[in-house]
Design a binder for this molecule. Sequence first.
Ligand SMILES: [Zn+2]
Length: 157
Amino acid sequence: MFILGHIGITAFLASILGLPILIAAISSQIPDLIDKPLFLLGIFPSGRYIGHTLLFVILFGFMTYIITKRKVISIAVSFGMLMHLFEDLPYFIPWFYPFINYIFPTGPFEFQYTLKLFLLDLTGIVLLVALYLKNNGFKKEINDVRRVFVKIIKSNS
Ligand SMILES: [Zn+2]
């Protein structure tokens, strides 16, 4: 799946579960932010590697808890990452690596933006807009982030 589909669908599901929506939505990008750049640099054998495993989802959530001391934030982070793995299906996901050895699909980086991906991205955008309009918690999260950015911009000018 592509970026907006991941973000929108994860945000929508997080809203149903009452998790911090923005944190879950941003966390849905973590698996690709870990694996794709390291694959492109030739360090990882595949674009879905350690970042796309259950072990990494659990460890990252645990690390978030150690840093934030807030269970709900660490659950939202792990949830966002876990949703990414499900949303990447039916493509190859090394769920249980390194406990199970997988034959990683190798080869040059290829990406085709298909009609299916476009429709999933469109769905993601529609869900994000609907959430922003209907969910006060999400609206507040977005406005909090916006306020922080405005403060940073004003302090630098
Ligand atoms: Zn992925």
